[in-house]
Design a protein around this ligand. Structure first.
Ligand SMILES: Cc1cc2nc3c(=O)[nH]c(=O)nc-3n(C[C@H](O)[C@H](O)[C@H](O)COP(=O)(O)OP(=O)(O)OC[C@H]3O[C@@H](n4cnc5c(N)ncnc54)[C@H](O)[C@@H]3O)c2cc1C
Length: 418
């Protein structure tokens, strides 16, 4: 019997027995047109059943690689299965940059954009805000382009894979820039909370980590955008001290796979992710959850989570706070509101983690928390639809693009029944 297909974390065994890997767009169109039920799988870095189907599972990883720079338009068009590591190396070589990156560069561009994947920075939108056009194979097998002036683009970027199979994305670029990363250890809880939005805005990209154990301390990672050869801004230590060596987000783990810290400047693509592209983790013994609340409720939201820290700490590898700029993408977790993201990396014990995730969701519900579409959460349709002003617009887009629900899957279908 062939080995079953799993996600990266190994907690999801996909119901599909076979993964189609077409090597041309025409072959992909034939697979889609000939299928009764289909989902597309990216690099499998989601932690829930969002990519699952008992029908046909299809990958775009073997489509011909596209990395097409348009200097004048300042865009790059990439094939959907391309991983950020490949795109960023290509655009950096050409003197350009993407505005931001997630923590791991090994995730596919299409899969990341489809779930609203983000990095950090009060001025930085989710990665999908860079999308200027999408090419996709619709559920009927027809190829379709949604361009920058098409009002459907705002609904099609964070698509949850429910509009069809994206084959290419055109991303906005800016001139390449340098980043210097500085870590501050042992930041005091009250010092961090005194003005959390200010701390989150204190560098181009800021992450604050804690394990919620006693004594409660935070580690603040600031990624400063600097002029080539220019100075690195002095760090507000918030009661802590500058790290005297490289750090891994998870206490006690060797930082060898982390991007360069200690204020050493380097290209954006080698500093914005937490992890180096040379290091390719093939699987992970972890689960992740993440919730976005309006940044103006940052302090109250963190205090609400602190109320259940005794439940959290025993199952937690690390908690990370990040900031996200407001955007206009219909299903983005930062749609319409500057956001604080509260992230939790858990030990891989789904049964133990589920009630703790539910407890966190209950604490964050008063702040209209939106869960990350690609991570572990328990919220259901009735709760989530109230949190997204464009929910019904997405319903209409789905009805138009996929009237029979052929590519929706059970997970997305539970939120968007047809
Ligand atoms: C170690 C690790 C670090 C992470 N870091 C971050 C982070 O910093 N920030 C963050 O926000 N998230 C982060 N995530 C979550 C991750 O970015 C999302 O789960 C993302 O969706 C994974 O992309 P993927 O290509 O693996 O997609 P998959 O998990 O394979 O699929 C996710 C969704 O995308 C759809 N999809 C994939 N490809 C296509 C396509 N070609 N066309 C249409 N739909 C498609 C699928 O159908 C599915 O609905 C992390 C995950 C891991 C494992």
């Amino acid at each position: 019997m062939p080995a079953r297909i799993t996600n990266w974390a190994g907690n999801i065994v996909f119901a599909a027995e076979q993964l189609h890997r077409p090597d041309s767009v025409e072959a992909l169109q034939a697979v889609v047109a000939g299928s009764e039920r289909l989902r597309v799988l990216g690099t499998g870095h989601s932690f829930n059943r969002i990519a699952d189907t008992p029908g046909d599972l299809v990958s775009v990883a073997d489509l011909p690689i596209r990395l097409e720079l348009d200097d004048a338009a300042r865009t790059v068009t990439v094939s959907a299965g391309t991983r950020y590591a490949e795109v960023t190396a290509f655009v950096q070589d050409a003197g350009f940059a993407l505005h931001n990156l997630g923590s791991l560069p090994h995730i596919s561009v299409a899969g990341a954009c489809a779930t609203g994947t983000h990095g950090s920075g009060t001025g930085n939108g989710v990665l999908g805000t860079a999308v200027r056009a999408l090419e996709l194979v619709r559920p009927d097998g027809e190829l379709m382009t949604i361009g920058a002036d098409d009002p459907r683009l705002a609904g099609a970027v964070v698509s949850l894979g429910a509009l069809g199979v994206v084959t290419a994305l055109t991303l906005a670029l800016e001139p390449s820039f340098d980043v210097a990363q500085v870590v501050v250890d042992d930041v005091l809880h009250q010092a961090l909370l005194a003005d959390l939005p200010e701390v989150m805005g204190s560098a181009y990209s800021v992450s604050a980590f804690t394990d919620w154990a006693d004594p409660l301390r935070w580690q603040v990672w600031r990624k400063h955008r600097i002029k080539k050869g220019g100075p690195v801004p002095a760090s507000d230590l918030l009661g802590g001290r500058l790290a005297d060596g490289a750090r891994h987000p998870v206490p006690g783990v060797d930082p060898v796979h982390c991007t360069q810290q200690l204020g050493v400047a380097g290209p954006w693509n080698e500093r914005l992710p937490h992890f180096r592209r040379e290091f390719t983790p093939s699987s992970g013994e972890e689960l992740q959850s993440e919730f976005m609340v309006p940044l103006l409720h940052a302090r109250a939201a963190v205090e609400a989570v602190a109320e259940v820290r005794e439940l959290i700490a025993p199952l937690l590898m690390i908690c990370e706070l990040r900031a996200i700029a407001a955007d206009d993408l219909w299903l983005s977790m930062a749609q319409g509101r500057e956001s604080l993201a509260l992230h939790f990396t858990w030990v891989r014990d789904e049964a133990a983690v589920a009630p703790v995730v539910a407890a966190i969701e209950a604490r964050l519900a008063p702040f209209a928390a939106r869960p990350h579409w690609g991570k572990v959460f328990t919220a259901e349709r009735d709760a989530l639809r109230l949190l997204y002003p464009h929910w019904d617009d997405f319903v209409a887009l789905l009805a138009d693009t996929d009237p029979t629900g052929k590519v929706r899957g059970d997970f997305v279908g539970a939120f968007f029944p047809h």
